[in-house]
Design a protein around this ligand. Structure first.
Ligand code: V4E
Length: 231
């Protein structure tokens, strides 16, 4: 009982990232410059970890270390949009929703639960002290550098990022971060309005960087994720 209560509390403490990917052409970029302001350009390195049998990603869980210091675990979020119009259903199908956990301690608790390991290593911010990775049998399976241009929009809380990965793939994303128990429906509507303003007409989900990375570097695992409807 206590356990499920703790899990509910943990769920409430997480934010949910609602996101729609798109391919950016000259027209989209022009529209973006009109409705948004470029607030910065930066570069970051991402390393993704999993067990050799891919126990995390096969559960749609993505463990990442950014710039050799910031840990993040993204887990699929079940949306709270029960009654939806046809347009809303379409908006949901074009977007992904992931819970984001950024506290290393919370990440380790969640991983212990999922991987059923007994790691005794404490969360430690010192980067060299990562014995927990070994104890949980976690190894890097993807590593790449992204160059990102970020835009804020007049639409409240909407951010657009244009990413170029070092393995030769570019993708844009419209993103709204929904805090603890916030309104996912409203986030989906904001994303849909932004997509219309950018002139995005396609009704097929666009590949993220990881999808393309896996297709090229781990094709067998990519096929497995695809057949399990994970990507
Ligand atoms: C959720 C996920 C992965 C983790 C990283 O995802 P993403 O948000 O695409 O990366 P990035 O660099 O933009 O992170 P940010 O800076 O926004 O935090 S890797 C694969 N997935 C699953 C996934 C999916 N199923 N479908 C699509 C279109 N993208 C990702």
């Amino acid at each position: 009982m206590q356990d499920s209560w703790d899990k509910s509390i943990n769920f409430l403490k997480m934010s949910v990232e609602v996101e729609r990917k798109f391919l950016c052409n000259a027209d989209t970029r022009k529209a973006l410059e009109q409705i948004g302001v470029c607030v910065g350009q930066r570069q970051f390195q991402d390393q993704y970890f999993d067990t050799p049998m891919f126990d995390l990603t096969l559960r749609n869980m993505w463990l990442r270390k950014r710039n050799k210091e910031c840990w993040e675990l993204k887990c699929e979020a079940v949306d709270g949009t029960e009654e939806m119009s046809r347009q809303q259903t379409r908006a949901v199908s074009m977007c992904t929703q992931y819970k984001e956990i950024t506290s290393l301690h919370e990440i380790q608790l969640r991983l212990k639960e999922v991987l059923k390991t007994n790691s005794d290593c404490e969360a430690n911010s010192l980067q060299e002290d990562e014995c927990w990775l070994g104890e949980m049998n976690l190894v890097p399976f993807a590593e790449f550098i992204t160059e990102r241009w970020s835009y804020t929009l007049e639409e409240d809380g909407v951010q657009v990022d244009l990413d170029r990965a070092d393995f030769g793939y570019s993708v844009g994303e419209i993103e709204v971060l929904v805090p603890e128990g916030g309104n996912v429906k409203s986030a989906l509507e904001k994303i849909e309005r932004t997509a219309q303003k950018l002139g995005l007409t396609g009704n097929q989900r666009v590949d993220g960087k990881m999808n393309v990375y896996l297709q090229r570097n781990h094709p067998e695992h990519y096929a497995k994720l695809l057949s399990n409807n994970i990507i």
